[in-house]
Design a protein. Structure first.
Length: 266
């Protein structure tokens, strides 16, 4: 006897239950964000938007959002500026020490962030760059550049180098060849690497705890400091707002650039 294969309706039920299981934490946070209580509890006993008003009225959250946004934007830009030449060198050139250089660029992915944070604190404190924007940016670059290198290198591997050779044969210099031929080829990997770098920097908590201070406090650190002394629905409301912001960014990128194609090729 052959086993009966699940019907389409059966698969739909299984997938629905699986998605509900994965989304359950977000749904609970969403429901909790409207609670009227002064502390976190589930199920909520009332419905109110006061927690959302508290988020926008909280100076620490507003300042933390600004610090994280500026840091993530500059980090993503510098990670692209640094990662693209590195990926080109590692993919197109053959030289002594290439494997060692590649290991250097990718090594931050293998080191625990708490170790990186302590090392960065020991390096940046004497300069001094702790509790500054540039200190946060330099610290976040170490964990974002490897992703840009990987995504751009993946795009370069799938590209045909003969197009670049043909452009040089026809008289184009290196800069024109890169701008007209190479850059359109790696655009998908470049954008995917920039998006990943921005999100990683914005969400980085462990390293930020070591290099931030009283003047430059990123949003994840501000949230940790807030819940250290209190836990109320405003934390859930902030989480919902950040999820909505992420969804909006993904939708805009999908409409403008084609995120699925970008991430697939990256």
């Amino acid at each position: 006897m052959t086993a009966r294969r699940p019907s389409r309706a059966g698969w739909a039920v299984v997938l629905t239950l699986l998605y509900l299981f994965l989304l359950a934490p977000i749904l609970i946070v969403l429901v909790e964000s409207f609670d009227t209580s002064t502390y976190l509890r589930f199920p909520p006993e009332g419905f109110s938007l006061d927690a959302y008003r508290q988020v926008f009225a909280n100076d620490a959250f507003r300042e933390g959002f600004k610090v994280s946004g500026v840091t993530a934007a500059v980090t993503a830009l510098l990670a692209v500026v640094t990662g693209v030449p590195a990926a080109l060198a590692l993919t197109r050139l053959r030289f002594r020490g290439r494997a060692a250089l590649e290991a250097v660029f990718l090594s931050p992915l293998l080191v625990p962030h708490i170790v990186l944070g302590l090392a960065l604190l020991l390096i940046l404190a004497p300069i001094p760059l702790t509790d500054t924007y540039w200190g946060l940016i330099l610290a976040h670059l170490g964990v974002t550049i490897p992703y840009v290198v990987r995504t751009v290198a993946a795009s370069l591997v799938s590209a045909d180098p003969r197009a670049e050779e043909a452009a040089r044969t026809l008289g184009a210099n290196g800069l024109v060849t890169f701008w007209r031929i190479t850059l359109p080829t790696i655009r998908s990997g470049l954008f995917s690497g920039a998006i990943i770098a921005f999100l990683l920097s914005f969400d980085e908590t462990v390293i930020s705890l070591f290099v931030s201070g009283q003047n430059t406090v990123p949003l994840p650190v501000a949230v940790l400091q807030y819940v250290e002394y209190r836990s109320d629905p405003s934390v859930a409301s902030l989480s919902v707002l950040l999820v909505l912001l992420s969804v909006v960014v993904v939708v805009l990128v999908e409409r403008g650039l084609g995120l699925r194609r970008t991430l697939r090729s990256g």
